[in-house]
Write a protein of this length. Sequence first.
Length: 227
Amino acid sequence: QPIVTLENVVKAYGNFTALHNINLEIGTGEFVTLLGPSGCGKTTTLRLIGGFETADQGRITLAGSDVTQEPPYRRDINTVFQDYALFPHMTVAENVAYGLTVRANRKPKEERVRRTADALALVGLADKADRMPQQLSGGQRQRVAMARALVRQPKVLLLDEPLSALDVKLREAMQVELKHLHQKLGITFLMVTHDQEEALVLSDRIAVMQGGRIAQIGSPSELYDRP
Ligand code: ADP
Ligand code: ADP
């Protein structure tokens, strides 16, 4: 039973076609990576699934709902952005709790405090709740962004180049954390990266994109003869 499906999805900007007829099915609990060079359409695909933009043609479903007809329920899906997009004037805990305070999804205070604390513990930042983002290292900021996206317990987590702002050594450590989080939570991760090694380490399946198309799709071993 796929949790995300794209059928014949087309997206153009003016007379430039960014996505040509994309077909993709993502299984519940899978870790799928969109891999390819800059400009091949990875982020556009993610933005369409997240409901940030609409497709010109085709159909996208998320947890059974057609997101090409109406935007996805925010509780079904959340996104970790490349630059983390933390609110600089809010503490770590306030950043994480933010998604629980917006009016459409407002939770009672007790539940907000508990879920914020749980999300911070999940990423190993229980002792940083009252820090400001600028007091944190790059890796810690990345983890705040993860906690903020996970606090609403989405079924699908979209990750747009989540580790690309980090130096090589930290990136490798964070890859391990990301993989453990995925295993622990059992939810679906869809990640964009241009880093083949990162895709190989993390993914159950890799969709290799090229010029607005999915050129190949398969497991690391099917595509690259890797475990
Ligand atoms: P990737 O994430 O693989 O680097 P994108 O999905 O961001 O690629 O972009 C795919 C193509 O669509 C690129 O050529 C990019 O310049 C173009 N594109 C993306 N967004 C817009 C936009 N809002 N307006 C015009 N062109 C865009
Ligand atoms: P209020 O919602 O009354 O404005 P605050 O401004 O104190 O509450 O905090 C905003 C949200 O941040 C709270 O709803 C709570 O969920 C969360 N929060 C703040 N500090 C902590 C903390 N130390 N541990 C866990 N969650 C916290």
